[in-house]
Design a protein around this ligand. Structure first.
Ligand code: ADP
Ligand code: MG
Length: 255
């Protein structure tokens, strides 16, 4: 039996003046999956996410989140979602514990800051200022902040952009762990290797339209079934494998 639908988007349209960025897209996200929104820059991914997150007004269409209608119960939706803020939205001069306390106050949550930092392997950085963290650590911390209100769904918009290969892998492990603990994850990424490894299902969006939705595996099999072949024989490893092999994949203090 398939998991229940936790997000349903029907005929979603968003226009900015004369320009229609999202052109009537529909998709469903199942409870407990990692769902990827893939597509080139400007495809409408962030717009779509921000509408579901109640942060942007839609032009038309219907959005249901955990059974709540976006038009009627946005406050209920806000309570059960975690949204990753742009990391520039943090106070650079507060330490991590202080920032978590701010969020705990906002959400009236009973989260233990140290336990939360432990979850993302940042317990050693509890007294460090946000601005002192590396890129990967900043992303891990910002994902941690999405968990403070114990959400049913978290939204991650390009969480791995600009990270080095190890930091990216660490985030994959973290995101899978969050999914395995029962939280539904919606993520956008430009990295197809990442989507293939991480996402249970993906929607490919182009110019404001969904052009494919499926598991990565079935999308690949469908392409192969058309007779598609890669031009180059694929080796058993690539340069990224060499890099990871040489520099190590374990958590490192500096990532
Ligand atoms: P993606 O996240 O897939 O890169 P976006 O959702 O950010 O795409 O943007 C989709 C399109 O909408 C782009 O062409 C972008 O320039 C346009 N757009 C986004 N936000 C605004 C805005 N506030 N005003 C006008 N156009 C916008
Ligand atoms: Mg975007």
């Amino acid at each position: 039996m398939p998991a229940p639908v936790i997000i349903s988007v029907k005929n979603l349209v968003k226009s900015y003046g004369d320009f229609t960025a999202v052109k009537g897209i529909s998709f469903e996200v199942y409870e407990g999956e990692i769902f990827g929104l893939l597509g080139p820059n400007g495809a409408g991914k962030s717009t779509t996410l921000e509408i579901i997150e109640t942060l942007r007004q839609k032009t038309s269409g219907e959005v249901l989140v955990n059974g709540f209608d976006l038009d009627k119960n946005p406050e209920e939706i806000k309570k059960i979602i975690g949204v990753q803020l742009q990391t520039s939205g943090f106070y650079p001069n507060l330490n991590l514990t202080e920032i978590i306390h701010l969020f705990i106050g906002l959400y009236q949550s009973e989260t233990d800051p140290i336990a939360l930092l432990k979850k993302v392997n940042l317990e050693d950085k509890a007294k460090s200022k946000f601005k002192e963290l590396s890129g990967g650590q900043k992303q891990r911390f910002s994902i941690a902040t999405t968990l403070i209100n114990k959400p049913k769904i978290i939204f991650l918009d390009e969480p791995t952009t600009g990270l080095d290969p190890q930091a990216r892998r660490n985030l994959w492990d973290l995101i899978k762990e969050i999914r395995d603990n029962g939280t539904t994850v919606i993520i956008t990424t430009h990295y197809m290797d990442e989507a293939e490894i991480l996402c249970d299902r993906v929607a490919i969006v182009d110019s404001g339209e969904v052009i494919a939705i499926n598991t990565p595996n079935e999308l690949i099999d469908n392409l192969v079934a058309t007779g598609f072949e890669k031009e180059k024989e694929v080796k058993k490893a690539n340069l990224e494998d060499v890099f990871i092999n040489l520099t190590g994949k374990e958590w490192r203090a500096e990532i």
